[in-house]
Design a protein around this ligand. Structure first.
Ligand code: HEM
Length: 469
């Protein structure tokens, strides 16, 4: 009811005329034409964290002619990840992947077909498959460790890349591709990876030398995969892997997938899962080296687990809780994807603010994972923050978003955790590692944020007995 005291009318919220929606506050410090681009290029995480400190969970900024907003914090993430595809669309952002993955798959098709295509793979990530993957992860890392000899030096990101290509090709595609890693596949795959560059992000079809190499590499991969599929059909071979799963899959309308679609889906999964895993494996190793007391706990835990189990398995990896928390802490401090981006197709309303269509909307795992009201002493590596009673990751829905959320949430999170744990269990069992240089800074120049390279680490073989029997 209206309050007429002092002759002035005070209206209840229901009686108030609707509040005009205002634009999100703008981040200060922009330049004419360039907007906040120079500051963003210097250090995007520092700039976006400044925005959060100054304006809270939603603010806007400009990078050149493009308008952006950043959503920060669990409630804002929830809103972002729940938005339907016809309001927040991932497709325009990932357009640069179309020449790599190919026509008619992933972001070159409707959201429904993309979901159907990725959905074919869920059975290939179920527990029975994860049990086999544990053995492959162990075997590949052991072979990798054998090849290192007694002592030496590695560039850690490069080494983790090499190892995860082998694990991913064997687990996620098929043995035949793994067998060809050193005889053509790795080279073609790197040719495709090099096709991801800033120019390609905006103009993926521009006929540059890098793009011509990328297209050649795509043809080579298609030829290789096509040859393997043809050989399987001839021999009637029926291995239990992603390629075979897709060869036997049918769309809802009964149609089988073409070889090119299968190649594209396999490349989608490989691109989503391999480099990201290599980068998080690198950060995990680096953080453990920086924190010897926690590293000792990880080794003690491995002794306890494998003193009983003897061999690596899905179950033994699941018992390695201290290592799991170390990986989670690295997901928090060093999320490989620091920004997730969508295009706003219809005006969005959030907290009385209006975000117009055409804006690019972001969430940033790197910014959100350092919010001091969610994570105590957020700059520090403290894996025990995830242990009860604090369980900081469980206090808020979407506090940790290193693997995204909503309908585009990562399908490979468990695979990635399992792989990273297998890698560091074997490597820490075999070697002592030393980082002689300063802890590296993140390299924001790449789509996936790893440490600046070179990032050399010395190693020497440990003399004691192995935890594995
Ligand atoms: C440390 C490793 C990994 C990280 C940090 C990571 C992170 C992410 C993130 C943040 C997204 C959401 C992207 C967005 O919303 O725009 C995503 C999506 C995806 N991830 Fe992962 N991922 C990792 C490993 C993997 C692995 C191993 C696989 C495959 C087994 C995989 C398959 C995918 C796929 C297919 C998508 C797209 C899902 C969709 O759009 O529907 N990822 N990942």
């Amino acid at each position: 009811m209206a309050n007429r005291a002092h002759g002035a009318a005070t209206l209840s919220p229901a009686e108030l005329p609707p509040r005009p929606e205002t634009a999100a506050p703008a981040l200060a410090g922009g330049w004419p034409l360039l907007g906040n681009l120079p500051e963003f290029q210097r250090d995007p995480v520092a700039m976006l964290s400044r925005g959060w400190r100054e304006h809270g969970e939603l603010f806007r900024f400009r990078l050149g002619p493009r308008k952006f907003v950043l959503f920060t914090g669990p409630e804002a993430h929830d809103f972002y990840f729940r938005a339907p595809e016809d309001e927040l669309d991932a497709k325009p952002v990932y357009r640069f992947t179309v020449p790599i993955f190919g026509r008619g798959v992933a972001y070159d098709t409707s959201p429904e077909i993309m979901a159907e295509q990725l959905g074919f793979l869920f059975p290939a990530l179920r527990e029975a498959a994860m049990r086999k993957f544990a053995l492959i992860m162990f075997d590949e890392t052991k072979r990798f460790a054998d090849a290192l000899g007694a002592e030496g030096e590695i560039d850690l990101p490069h080494a983790m890349n090499e190892l995860t290509v082998k694990i991913a090709s064997r687990c996620l595609i098929g043995q035949e591709v793994r067998d060809r890693v050193d005889t053509g596949f790795a080279e073609a795959y790197h040719g495709l990876q090099n096709g991801i560059n800033t120019l390609g992000f905006f103009l993926p079809r521009l006929p540059t030398a890098a793009h011509r190499n990328r297209d050649r590499a795509r043809r080579k991969v298609a030829e290789l995969f096509g040859g393997i599929m043809a050989a399987r059909r001839r021999s009637g071979a029926d291995p239990d892997d992603f390629m075979q799963t897709l060869m036997q899959a049918r769309y809802k309308d009964g149609r089988a997938l073409s070889d090119d679609e299968i190649t594209g889906i396999l490349l989608t999964v490989l691109f989503a899962g391999q480099h990201t895993s290599a980068v998080l494996a690198t950060w995990t190793g680096l953080e453990l080296l920086r924190e010897p007391s926690y590293l000792a706990r990880v080794r003690d835990e491995a002794e306890d687990v494998y003193g009983e189990a003897g061999a690596m398995s899905l179950d033994s990896l699941q018992q390695q809780v201290a290592l799991d928390r170390a990986v989670r802490e690295c997901e928090r401090l060093h999320p490989p994807l620091i920004l997730l981006i969508r295009k706003v197709l219809k005006p969005l309303r959030y907290g009385g603010r209006l975000v117009p269509a055409g804006t690019m909307a972001m969430v940033s795992p790197a910014v959100s994972h350092r919010l001091p009201h969610l994570f105590d002493d957020p700059e520090r590596f403290v894996p025990d923050r995830f242990a009860p009673p604090a369980s900081e990751d469980k206090q808020h829905h979407y506090a940790l978003i290193g693997f995204g959320g909503g309908k585009h949430a990562c399908m490979g999170k468990h695979f990635a955790y399992q792989q990273l744990k297998a890698i560091w269990t074997v490597l820490l069992d075999r070697f002592d590692f030393f980082l002689d240089a300063e802890f590296p800074r993140p390299n924001y120049g790449s789509w996936v944020t790893g440490p600046e390279t070179p990032c050399r680490v010395r190693y020497s073989r440990r003399s004691g007995p192995s935890v594995f029997r």
